[in-house]
Design a binder for this molecule. Structure first.
Ligand code: 26Y
Length: 783
């Protein structure tokens, strides 16, 4: 395609879709038109990909969340037409960066679990694996976050408002989902192309939108009941209206249950209809052609649903169970007991009366096996799917799938030895580890072109883009002054870019010469944003006491959304904003330290933050963070980690060396030991300066606008401190102070970051997907 052809295509699209000249359109419209032009390029390859995977075994990633972010640059880069398109747009007088910024993020996820799904799709397509995604087309993605007086305020995210060029509605594949005999809706699929790097494979993310079967009630309209006439449509659409902005804590919400059933049932019907259309006379080969990965238990209703659908096709229960078990695998993403999904039995029966009997049958099958294996009755509550009026989705998922995996080595070990150890004894081969990963295409190639270019030059090839382990060869350059200087210059440039962005969006002026110390992730007590805030509070107090001291310049950056109903998390946001306000307006310190809490942290903001980081904060209480994936994005961009021995941090330091990172705090066994006998007030009083910081919550230093929030936070800490913020504070402060010292020798400091980058190879999602494909899915690449 020549640049003239592309120009004509873009101009033609504008006439067609807007009845206007391309040049008269606003940025959002221009983005859409360019997206449409790119789709013309995508579609033929997409059809070709579908053809090459036809009749081959395929993997299906069922997930309630796909945190995709933007697609324009990703698609252009992966298609290899980014230079060409940018040049053409430039010739047309279009500012590409503005166009890129006009795309709304596809924010169909809360955090790590949703972003992991997106990275996996990118890797699957890049590696030419037949991997499709199945999820929900939420009308509203993760809420938008604003700060008003330092408080988080949420608003809706109407990401589809201006249309979306990447979604193709496929009416022919509409399925009917039956909640009960009287409650049925249509599931209408919208397909998004997943363009692999190199453009050889284009896979599909199929997102279901709920609609009424009878969209308009003529009778009601005739009778003048206008609202009633569209009531059915409105009710049906509610099912795919909004992503639950909740991570970790489950709330027995009827609508969430409906969402889960809605997309799993539609997806399975989809697979079965296609299977039958291929001419299979029975379902004997179903599990040989399908691997269904359950992304946590959110799609676990797929288990009884597949059995139900198979029985409807005449397959008897035992056989259906066998096919289901052979087809499915389950990924666990949490160690927090409160995050394991348990549905109220009454609620379940009322929403899904036709499905419930199958859950009972699965449970009965389990009981007969427990008897057969002579498991002591006292132990049964470690297994029973139905118990105490609850339906345990994790138990069902372990029992009725082929493989269960954790997402980092330490997490998988804790699953085996603690959380589900009884199951591990029963099925010693079922639980396996698949350490998470991230796609280097988005998190380095696109978001950090400067560093990418340097890497390509040093390695003499661009192969690292699909073979990240090649970064290891960069270790040979770790003592090369010129290389380190250039690495430092690039980091500085990314910090300058971020500083400009933050100046514009947050109206805070930050200094690119200071250490950029960044914590970005969902807000949760176990992730301990509060501990970093306490460090800043303590540092502030020390600086005030010694204003003439030699203090290192530092910028502390936070980005986090709190679940709207998570009161303590919201109190922490308010506290950090108050602290930021104090520090940033105090002329005695604000030339040295700054604190910024960026508003509305999401994928696109993340793409600016990771490349600009010097220090990555991964400070969860040991044993609580399953893996983390932000930690890997920082590492890949050459930051050092200040972290606990938790999640994938363990493997990060295993790869890059403990000496190149800042590890602190209690380890898992110490946490277990400490919990037996912990007095938070003692811990606070024994740590110099800590009491003053904690007291500042309630002694009038900071104000919570009389909400009582800070008192609550204070009580929480001093009475329980279940995540050991006060206990770990001293060792955290020690490494943080050490960083301030180490930064004075820039070369030595950035050398550590460089070594981290060189050792990030393991954390490519290409490696992870390869492991899933070989060990669990048994699917083959098709070039
Ligand atoms: C049940 C519902 C309320 C719910 C919704 C979302 C529960 C959990 C979640 C999301 C969980 C999540 O994002 N977990 C994270 O998964 C990452 C990918 O494996 C891990 O890296 C990270 O440690 C874990 O917290």
């Amino acid at each position: 395609m020549t640049s003239l052809q592309l120009k004509e295509r873009i101009e033609g699209k504008a006439y067609e879709s807007h009845g206007q000249s391309f040049y008269a359109l606003n940025e959002k419209e221009q983005f859409k038109v360019v997206g449409n032009a790119v789709m013309e390029y995508v579609v033929p390859k997409w059809i070709e990909s579908k053809r090459k995977f036809n009749k081959k075994k395929q993997a299906y990633y069922l997930s309630a969340e796909f945190l995709m972010g933007r697609a324009l640059s990703n698609n252009l880069v992966n298609l290899g037409i980014d230079d060409e398109v940018k040049r053409t747009l430039e010739e047309m007088g279009v500012d590409y960066n503005a166009l890129e910024d006009a795309e709304d993020d596809a924010g169909l996820g809360n955090g790590g679990l949703g972003r992991l799904a997106a990275c996996f799709l990118d890797s699957g397509a890049t590696l030419d694996y037949p991997l499709s995604g199945y999820g929900i087309l939420y009308q509203y993605g993760i809420f938008k976050q604003n700060f008003v007086n330092g408080f988080q305020v949420e608003s809706a995210d109407p990401w589809l408002e201006h249309g979306n060029p990447w979604l193709i509605k496929n009416n022919n594949d509409t399925r009917i989902v039956e909640f009960s005999d009287a409650d049925k809706v249509e599931a209408v699929p919208y397909d998004m192309p997943i363009v692999g790097y190199g453009g050889d494979t284009i896979n599909t993310l199929r997102l279901w939108k709920a609609e009424a079967i009878d969209k308009f009630d003529f009778r009601a309209f005739d009778e003048g009941k206008y609202i009633d006439s569209v009531k059915a449509q409105d009710e049906a659409e509610t099912i795919s209206r909004i992503l639950y902005p909740n991570d970790s804590t489950t709330e027995g919400k009827k609508l969430r249950l409906k969402q889960q059933y809605f997309f799993t049932s539609a997806s399975l019907q989809d697979l079965m209809i296609k299977y039958k259309a291929e001419g299979h006379k029975n379902f004997d080969d179903f599990s040989k052609l399908h691997s269904i990965q359950l992304n946590d238990t959110h799609p676990a209703l797929a288990i009884p649903e597949l059995i139900r659908l198979l029985e409807k096709e005449g397959v008897e229960f035992e056989k259906a169970f066998d096919i289901t078990q052979k087809s499915m695998a389950y990924t666990n993403h949490t160690l927090l007991a409160e995050a394991l999904e348990v549905w109220d039995k009454g609620l379940f029966k009322s929403v899904l009366p036709n499905l419930y009997p199958y859950v009972e049958e699965i449970n009965s099958r389990l009981i007969s096996e427990l008897k057969e294996w002579q498991i002591d009755k006292d132990e049964w509550n470690n297994f029973l799917i139905i118990q105490n009026n609850g339906i345990h989705m994790a138990f069902m998922s372990i029992y009725a799938t082929r493989a269960v995996n954790g997402v980092a080595a330490i997490h998988t070990d804790l699953l085996k030895t603690d959380v589900i150890s009884s199951w591990h004894k029963l099925f010693p081969d079922r639980i396996v580890n698949k350490t998470n990963g991230i796609t280097q295409r988005r998190w380095l190639l696109q978001s950090n072109p400067q560093l990418s270019e340097m890497i390509t030059e040093l390695l003499g090839s661009k192969e690292w883009v699909t073979e990240l382990s090649q970064l290891k060869a960069l270790e040979a350059n770790q003592d090369d002054d010129q290389v380190l200087d250039r690495f430092i210059d690039i980091k500085h440039e990314k910090k300058k870019e971020l500083a400009e962005y933050i100046q514009f969006h947050e109206e805070v002026n930050i200094d690119p010469d200071s250490i950029f110390d960044i914590q970005i992730k969902r807000l949760h007590e176990y992730k301990r944003q509060l501990m970093m805030a306490f460090y800043i509070g303590d540092l502030y107090n020390r600086m005030k006491a010694d204003p003439e001291g030699e203090w290192t310049k530092r910028t502390f950056i936070f980005g986090a959304k709190a679940a709207p109903g998570y009161y303590i998390a919201k109190a922490i946001i308010k506290y950090i904003n108050e602290l930021a306000n104090r520090v940033n307006t105090d002329p005695e310190v604000n030339g040295i330290i700054k604190v910024v809490f960026v508003e509305n942290y999401g994928v696109s903001y993340a793409e600016r933050l990771f490349p600009a980081a010097d220090v990555s904060e991964q400070i969860s209480t040991a044993g609580k963070e399953a893996s983390g994936t932000g930690n890997m994005k920082f590492m890949l961009n050459g930051a050092v980690t200040v972290g606990t021995m938790d999640g994938a941090n363990v493997e990060i330091v295993e790869e890059a060396g403990r000496e190149n990172n800042y590890i602190f705090g209690m380890e898992v066994d110490e946490v277990v030991e400490k919990r037996k006998n912990y007095n938070p007030v003692d811990a606070m009083k024994q740590t110099e300066g800590l009491e003053q910081v904690v007291e500042s919550l309630v002694d009038g230093t900071f104000h919570d606008n009389n909400t009582g929030m800070f008192r609550n936070l204070y009580n929480n800490l001093t009475q329980e401190d279940q995540y050991f913020v006060l206990e770990d504070f001293e060792s955290y402060r020690r490494v943080q102070d050490q960083i301030a010292g180490d930064f004075k020798d820039q070369k030595a400091f950035y050398r550590k970051g460089f070594i981290n980058m060189a050792n990030a190879g393991k954390f490519s999602s290409d490696r992870t997907v390869e492991e899933y494909a070989t060990d669990i899915w048994h699917v083959a690449r098709q070039q």
